[in-house]
Design a protein around this ligand. Structure first.
Ligand SMILES: [Zn+2]
Length: 111
């Protein structure tokens, strides 16, 4: 059972992470906006731009799914099962929840 203090810490940490993730989603959205097809940038740098865009798009998808997981974690924060491994029932460290909010397993059970 978590005490009030732990709960407040969990709340504020998740909210901070949500804000951080939203900011990086905003930045990634800008980076993945369509590349202007003008000739001002050479062919090589255009290839670079396309490669970077693919990488940024993957990062954007990852960040968006992380945000969903974080929002879900925030909704579930009062659930007595919140932060417990679905397999061994051990507490999952908050750092891991923030990093991988979708994971229902502790690091031991996930590996
Ligand atoms: Zn476990």
């Amino acid at each position: 059972m978590k005490n009030q203090e732990q709960l407040l810490e969990i709340e504020s940490t998740i909210l901070q992470e949500i804000e951080k993730t939203k900011r990086s989603i905003g930045e990634l959205r800008e980076l993945t906006s369509p590349i202007a097809p003008d000739c001002a940038i050479g062919r090589i740098s255009r290839m670079d731009a396309i490669n970077n865009k693919t990488i940024n798009e993957a990062a954007l998808r990852k960040a968006e799914s992380k945000l969903k997981g974080l929002e879900l974690a925030f909704q579930n924060r009062l659930d007595p099962e919140f932060g417990k491994c679905a397999r061994c029932n051990n507490e999952i460290p908050l750092g891991r929840i923030l990093l991988m909010p979708h994971s229902r397993f502790c690091v031991h059970c996930a590996s």
